[in-house]
Design a protein around this ligand. Structure first.
Ligand code: AKB
Length: 314
């Protein structure tokens, strides 16, 4: 099938890299980058770009009408930390943005829709270690609540209308190309920038706060592999557990010290983000993703740290 792919939220941390990767496979002209902000990357020069606010349904409708996309990736969202500063906006964007896209995908016969969930869909009473696909989920951030509700909507649209929606529960994503977007796991990116600039970093999460993480190259590959998998292989229509590695600020700092021996890690005063991190899993069991579509991460802590430092040095 000739693919036309729309990526909404193309300027963000994931969108920036996803658009480049999709354009390599499907051709620059067939991947339409969309955001509310002008892209400052090659995205605009390489292929089509549209200004789109996912909450403006008529503009979104025009987008679907113009391109008749075969695939839509909806990445526009407010993340955990920013969401707590503006809970109503986070709910509105994360929920109504999703519903607008699901409705238009049905109306315009979009073959496949991708929407990301997160480890934030889990909560303080979810098992902390090797958190299974199915367990108690009691998120206590507005971001997590919107992700859990969004997962239920995705499954609902699949079961009720047959819409082929696919989703992954992303862990913290670590990348060097585009800035992170206001999450609790962002420390694991800031630490690399400060390690190179100042040989020191003040972490807003405590030394022993362990969280599931993944290097962006793995996240992009896994996302595209999920979208390319035959529909009959997809047994989860809410959102798949997905992980690459787990570490604490202290273990990450020790790995950085192997490259920058003088690196010093300090800690800031208590921050709201600590409470968010404490409510999330320490590690994730993603065995169903492995079984269904062959998911396997390539980057562990050692390989990711070396890659981050090499690329940021350039
Ligand atoms: C965040 O920290 O909010 C995100 C996430 C884990 O979904 N990176």
């Amino acid at each position: 099938m000739h693919e036309k792919i729309v990526v909404i939220g193309s300027n963000g941390q994931i969108g920036t890299e996803l658009v480049s990767e999709l354009r390599k496979s499907y051709g620059d002209g067939n991947v339409i980058a969309c955001d509310i902000r002008r892209p400052d990357y090659d995205i605009k020069n390489a292929g089509p770009f549209e200004f789109v606010n996912v909450l403006e349904k008529e503009i979104l409708n025009q987008l679907f009408k113009k391109y008749k996309p075969t695939q839509v990736y909806l990445l526009a969202a407010l993340l955990s930390a920013t969401g707590e500063q503006n809970p109503k906006l986070a709910w509105d964007l994360n929920m109504n943005g999703l519903l607008n896209v699901l409705d238009l995908a049905l109306e315009y016969n979009t073959a496949r829709v991708y929407w990301p969930s997160s480890i934030a869909a889990f909560g303080p009473n979810s098992p902390k270690d090797h958190t299974p696909q199915y367990c108690i989920m009691d998120p206590n951030t507005v971001y997590g609540i919107s992700k859990l509700a969004g997962e239920r909507w995705c499954e609902y649209y699949f079961q009720r209308y047959g819409l082929d929606v696919r989703s992954i529960r992303y862990p913290g994503l670590i990348s060097w190309k585009a800035a992170p977007g206001g999450g609790t796991t962002d420390y694991a990116i800031h630490i690399f920038h400060d390690a190179l600039k100042k040989q020191a970093y003040q972490s807003f999460l405590s030394a022993e706060t362990e969280l599931p993480m993944m290097y962006m190259d793995d996240a992009i590959r896994g996302t595209i592999e999920l979208m390319d998998a035959p529909a009959e292989k997809i047994s989860i229509r809410s959102s798949y557990n997905f992980t690459g590695m787990s570490f604490t600020p202290e273990t990450l700092a020790n790995e950085i010290k192997k490259h920058i021996p003088g690196f010093k890690l300090g800690y800031t005063e208590y921050d709201q983000r600590q409470a968010i991190a404490d409510s999330w899993p320490r590690s994730i069991d993603d065995g169903i993703a492995e079984r269904d579509w062959g998911w396997k991460p390539d980057f562990d802590l050692t390989k990711m740290t070396a890659e981050m430092l090499n690329n940021l040095r350039k």
